[in-house]
Design a binder for this molecule. Structure first.
Ligand SMILES: [Zn+2]
Length: 326
């Protein structure tokens, strides 16, 4: 199995290079630091990409397992050649990231996403146009949507959070006139202006189920979302909303409803899901609003880093995006 290798400079030449640094001015030192950081990130990203080759251990074209190193691409990526079909490939072939030209920034881009930088802030940090930063972000996000829990077992909690419908970034074809920032909703309470997001999680777990529902949630939309997840012995704790009254009968499960104005009823409560909503609100804050068409992707992005009290590293995020289980 070919492994990723880096060539290090000889010790004598490296000592000369370090010595030469003392002759540089402040501006030149900053330039060297920036370049060194970029190259270190690139080498680290290359090592991560090589893990995908080790994981798949097969040609992405024919699934043949016999391949060898075959030089480097123009972007200095390690190229491989399949001995079965004769086609060449890299560690990113077949992933959404394979068409990114500047692969030196892959890890830095993942770090910007971990730090929840806005598109403009990420563009400034990466030294690229904001449209490029936007595109790179959206190439990474679809892979995150597959991390929904497979089932809700035991005692689970469910509730909806509401996000105001947003046409952020929409230049034409809006169904209503554009609002100025921070304009209040026209209708109070739940309306078609508010997009419901159904959240659910098992007691004692942070692996949350998050789904964007059509406006004005009802028993049908919630049962469609939760139906494939619940088991006959699932006990669902929910608030006093009317839709949960018929949900238990429709799904064949026990539903405990917390009366309005109470925090808990005996051992039943929805404090974990309320805490989840609080984390979601805090997490969305730096973005100053998210377009409704991207809401599901941003929630999947939140869920990936919220899965553990210790957020995943950028390297793990990148590995996940290229399909390496972590
Ligand atoms: Zn092949």
């Amino acid at each position: 199995m070919p492994r990723y290798r880096t060539r290090a400079m000889r010790r004598k030449e490296f000592a000369l290079l370090l010595d030469a640094l003392s002759q540089l001015g402040l501006h030149q030192l900053k330039q060297v630091t920036e370049q060194a950081t970029r190259l270190a990130g690139y080498q680290e990203a290359q090592a991560l990409i090589a893990q995908r080759i080790e994981h798949t251990a097969a040609c992405p074209h024919c699934s043949g397992t016999s391949f060898c190193r075959w030089g480097f691409t123009h972007a200095k990526e390690q190229r491989y050649r399949c001995r079965d079909c004769g086609k060449s490939f890299t560690g990113l072939t077949g992933t959404a990231l394979c068409h990114i030209h500047d692969k030196r920034q892959l890890l830095a881009n993942a770090q910007c996403m971990k730090d929840r930088l806005s598109v403009r802030a990420a563009a400034k940090q990466l030294g690229v146009h904001r449209n490029t930063a936007f595109r790179w972000r959206h190439l990474l996000m679809p892979s995150l949507e597959r991390h929904q829990p497979a089932a809700l077992e035991g005692v689970a909690e469910a509730d909806e959070a509401f996000f105001r419908r947003s046409f952020k970034g929409c230049k034409r074809g809006m169904p209503r006139p554009a609002y100025r920032r921070a304009t209040r909703a026209r209708q109070r309470g739940i309306s078609a202006e508010q997009i419901p997001v159904l959240t659910a999680l098992c007691r004692g777990s942070r692996h949350s189920f998050i789904a964007v529902l059509p406006p004005l949630p009802n028993t049908a939309s919630v049962s469609t979302a939760l139906g494939p997840l619940v088991k006959p012995d699932t006990v669902l704790c929910a608030d006093s909303a009317g839709l949960y009254k018929s949900l238990g009968k429709k799904l064949g499960i026990t539903v405990w409803q917390i009366p309005s104005g109470s925090h808990r009823q005996g051992a039943n409560h929805i404090q974990n899901v309320n805490a989840l909503h609080s984390r979601i609100r805090g997490w969305f804050h730096p973005f100053k609003g998210v377009a409704t068409k991207y809401l599901g992707k941003y929630l999947a992005w939140f869920r990936f880093f919220d899965h553990s009290p210790h957020p995943a590293k950028a390297s793990r995020f990148l590995l996940d995006a290229i399909g390496v289980p972590t």
